[in-house]
Design a protein around this ligand. Structure first.
Ligand code: NAD
Ligand code: UDP
Length: 313
């Protein structure tokens, strides 16, 4: 049985990846310090003998006995609200955490996959974003702690590949949504959906004219699995290219929840990217990957999860 380590595996994406790797016949060890994740995301996996969880901060030296075949480094606050609340932890997990996990990959001869982000493109001046665009990031702005940590992480991954010959993969993840997002993580989808379900005002930042392209989690996980199994070392965008304004997205969420909530407009956070849309030519050509879940289907599944969560609260 191949063995995988998933850092950040008790978070939103890491928990879905854990499920997928277990299904694919992997033994899975999750290392997570529960900074922004929660055991409830992986509780259902704990009875599986092939799954284990250790509460651990991967910015510290990581020692794991026994063979390891793949390491997926997903540990990091991911929502702007979270990384503004934990700026130093965000910088540390992207830099020191990536270094420790790469060291482990080298030691074990394991394949290493980094969860990078569309934020490496910053507030992009090229649209849609291709992987060969170097980005427009403000290093000293509030989002710099996340963007620069991920850019450093990518550089570190390439150095371990070039200098130590580690088999590395880099996925640049675009806004992904689905069940197990924290209701209060501050990202657009959980915020809009929980506001709409509670009948509260739905808070659109700025005039809502900024755009994003939303990917359903199952599509993302499928792209990551294909990348892991490929020999593609250069970064690959994984995201759904269907772009919309945040105002349209908020209206869509209100509509799907059947809520009577009103829209209210609040100031746009500093350095909030004005546009974002992945160019997925590379993923299409090299991984034969395409997103399959449309927004209505993805929102519907997510809505059922949020309804249950709110009933329990
Ligand atoms: P999340 O906050 O749900 O999960 C992150 C997990 O990392 C949490 O469980 C947290 O406790 C853990 N963690 C943080 N610091 C740690 C540390 N030092 N040691 C061990 N564990 C630590 O966020 P997510 O949306 O699941 O994002 C997962 C990864 O994907 C992140 O690296 C993020 O940057 C990347 N990403 C996500 C998106 C998205 O749309 N969800 C987009 C781009 C990139
Ligand atoms: N946003 C919003 N209202 C909210 C939360 C977010 O209008 O309550 C906007 C935010 O300003 C950004 C977009 O929605 O333009 C996506 O935000 P999110 O935090 O989900 O992710 P980002 O793409 O900015 O990292």
């Amino acid at each position: 049985m191949p063995r995988a380590i998933i850092t950040g595996g008790a978070g939103f994406l890491g928990s879905h990846l854990s499920e997928r790797l277990l299904k694919e016949g992997f033994e899975v060890l999750v290392l997570d310090n529960l900074l922004t994740g929660a055991v409830c995301n992986i509780e259902h996996l704990l009875e599986n003998d092939a799954f284990s969880f250790v509460k651990y901060d991967v910015t510290e030296y990581v020692h794991v006995p026994g063979p390891v075949d793949v390491i997926l480094h997903f540990a990091s606050p991911a929502s702007p609200r979270d990384y503004l609340e934990y700026p130093i932890q965000t910088l540390k997990v992207g830099s020191l955490g990536t270094h420790k996990c790469l060291g482990l990959a080298k030691e074990k001869g394991a394949r290493f996959l980094l969860a990078s982000t569309s934020e490496v493109y910053g507030d992009p001046l090229i649209h849609p974003q291709r992987e060969d665009y170097w980005g427009n990031v403000n290093p000293v702005g509030p989002r710099g702690v996340y963007d620069e940590a991920k850019r450093f992480a990518e550089a570190m991954v390439m150095a371990y590949h070039r200098f130590h010959g580690v088999a590395t993969r880099i996925v640049r993840i675009f806004n992904t949504y689905g069940p197990r997002m924290r209701l209060d993580d501050g990202r657009a989808l959980p915020t809009f959906m929980s506001q709409a379900l509670r009948g509260e005002d739905v808070t659109v930042y700025g005039d809502g004219g900024q755009t994003r392209s939303f990917t359903y989690v199952d599509d993302l996980v499928d792209g990551i699995f294909r990348l892991l199994n490929s020999d593609v070392v250069e970064p690959v965008n994984i995201g759904n290219p269907v772009e919309m304004t945040i105002l349209e997205f908020a209206q869509k969420v209100i509509e799907i929840t059947g809520s009577g909530s009103k829209l209210v407009f609040e100031p746009l956070p500093e350095d909030d990217p004005k546009v974002r849309q992945p160019d997925i030519t590379r993923a299409r050509e090299l991984l034969k990957w395409e997103p399959k879940v449309n927004l209505a289907q993805g929102l519907d599944t997510t809505l059922r999860y949020f309804q249950k969560k709110l009933e329990k609260n």
